[in-house]
Ligand binder design. Structure first.
Ligand code: MN
Length: 232
């Protein structure tokens, strides 16, 4: 075994529902615009676009219950509730008909976005990394095993801020289904055990400020709760 010249970082990980064990995170892939109503609210035509992906660092995950300090560089921190797919078995060029066999489980995540930085990046043709991949930008609630709950293809996906409903959708409205997302992602990247895929958000995205409490869930999968605190 290699001897490291500094102490290696702890692996990023997500809680597992009903267990003290944790799911180690290798990479985080995110799908853009995967619900038609959200694509429209962002000014795009959902019928014309193949799925596209962006990434977040693995250590952007934080557990449900985390109090997140309002991040730097933004005045427009947006929530996006998403179904998270946890890959348990890797592969390349995975066929959509086999894709669900690669899934270990599911969770409820939030793709936090510095929307003002993203708007600037879009206008200037710059990368999205600083808008999407900042510290604590990928909260994920406890994962549930596909072996226990099956593979959700329909069910309410929702998010509220301070008890007020903000996002409402249904997994049945996904433009690209979970098997299609896994298949298409694996054409570009070798998926491996530990990868998480955030599968896109329904309409109703918006900004939060310090003091806000966010709750979100997917019926049949679970829930997540996050609070926003003052900047560090
Ligand atoms: Mn998103």
């Amino acid at each position: 075994m290699a001897t490291f010249v500094i102490t290696p970082p702890d692996p990023a990980s997500v809680a597992v529902a009903g267990s003290p064990d944790r799911f180690p995170v290798r990479r985080i892939f995110c799908v853009g615009r995967n619900y038609a109503a959200h694509a429209r609210e962002m000014g795009n035509d959902p019928d014309r676009e193949p799925p596209f992906f962006f990434g977040k660092p693995a250590d952007a995950v934080v557990d449900s219950g985390t109090i997140i300090p309002y991040p730097p560089l933004t005045e427009s921190l947006h929530y996006e509730v998403e179904l998270v797919v946890a890959i348990g078995r890797g592969g390349v060029n995975i066929d959509a008909t086999d894709a669900l066999g690669h899934v270990w489980g599911y969770g409820v995540g939030i793709d936090f976005t510095r929307r003002d930085l993203q708007d600037t990046a879009k206008k200037m043709g710059r990368p999205w990394d600083w808008a999407k991949g900042f510290d604590r930008s990928a909260p994920c609630g406890p994962l549930v095993r596909a072996a226990d709950i099956g593979h959700p293809s329909a069910g309410r996906i929702w998010l509220s801020v301070n008890g007020e409903s903000r996002q409402q959708g249904d997994l049945a409205e996904l433009i690209w289904t979970i098997p299609e997302v896994i298949a298409i992602c694996s054409q570009s990247m070798e998926l491996k055990a530990g990868d998480l895929i955030y599968t896109g958000t329904p309409a109703g995205v918006g900004a939060v400020t310090p003091g806000d409490r966010i709750a979100a869930g997917v019926d049949g999968v679970g829930e997540i709760a996050i609070a926003i605190a003052n900047p560090r």
